[in-house]
Design a protein. Structure first.
Ligand code: C5P
Length: 228
């Protein structure tokens, strides 16, 4: 039906930001609120899709934005490794896979079993050795199911539109997703904010859409593009 353009379609979307533990009380994280991914989950459910939201440390106040929408299955995760496992499991049966979560590129090589204390480092600050996390999106692209559409996000700091599009193009080519949603982030833009401005690039890095507005409006514009 016209009001259920995604009826019968399975969609999985990740949202939020991973936290990589340093010790039992500390982590390396980022400022992603999960709002854009949650808005996509809601909009897709409203269009009839069967939606799984893989939520990386998304605050309950943000998840409440799903209230009143058709059911969305929520899988909470913490670390990049947990996010990867959840996405790979869900992607096996999904027609549309959207990686909106901000994933830590690195994690501490080891997690201290007890709290790191200043008293244990009297002479110099401790150092945290990092190891690289897998690129989840690239892994999903490598195992893409026949007919599956995969969407990535790229949050970039850029001085100009030209630089932003250049960074986006390089990332589109590197990741191999069908679409890459590029947005500018900084101290005052992007993360945590209710509004957003994005450029959507195709697999070769060509811009196919610009959208600006609330995260709900951006979600609608993106799903319109996917519905075509
Ligand atoms: O390389 P960058 O982090 O900018 O790429 C962003 C895109 O890649 C997002 O879709 C993000 O969810 C995904 N990503 C990932 N695994 C990582 C890093 C990023 O899936 N380790």
């Amino acid at each position: 039906a016209a009001d259920r353009p995604l009826g019968g379609v399975r969609l999985v979307v990740s949202a939020g930001g991973t936290r990589e533990p340093i010790d039992p009380v500390r982590f390396i994280g980022n400022r992603s609120s999960g709002r854009q991914g949650v808005a996509i989950a809601r909009a897709a459910a409203e269009r009839g899709a069967s939606v799984e939201l893989v939520a990386a440390n998304v605050e309950s106040a943000v998840l409440e934005e799903l209230d009143g929408a058709p059911e969305v299955r929520i899988t909470p995760v913490g670390t990049a490794a947990e996010l990867q496992a959840a996405m790979e499991a869900a992607a096996a049966a999904a027609a549309i896979v959207i990686m909106a979560a901000a994933v830590a590129d690195y994690r501490p090589a080891g997690v201290s079993p007890g709290k790191i204390r200043k008293a244990d480092h009297p002479d110099a600050p401790p150092t945290i050795e990092l190891v690289q996390n897998p690129d989840i999106l690239r892994g999903l692209v490598a195992r893409r199911q026949p007919g599956q559409t995969i969407v990535g996000f790229a949050a970039e700091t850029a001085e100009s539109e030209e630089e932003l599009l250049g960074l986006g193009r390089a990332k589109a080519e590197r990741k191999g997703a069908d679409l890459l949603v590029v947005n500018r982030v900084g101290w005052t833009e992007g993360f945590e904010s209710v509004r957003n401005a994005v450029r959507v690039l195709d697999r070769s890095g060509e811009p196919v859409l610009r959208a600006e507005g609330s995260k709900r409006e951006i979600a609608a514009a993106l799903l319109d593009l996917l519905g075509r």
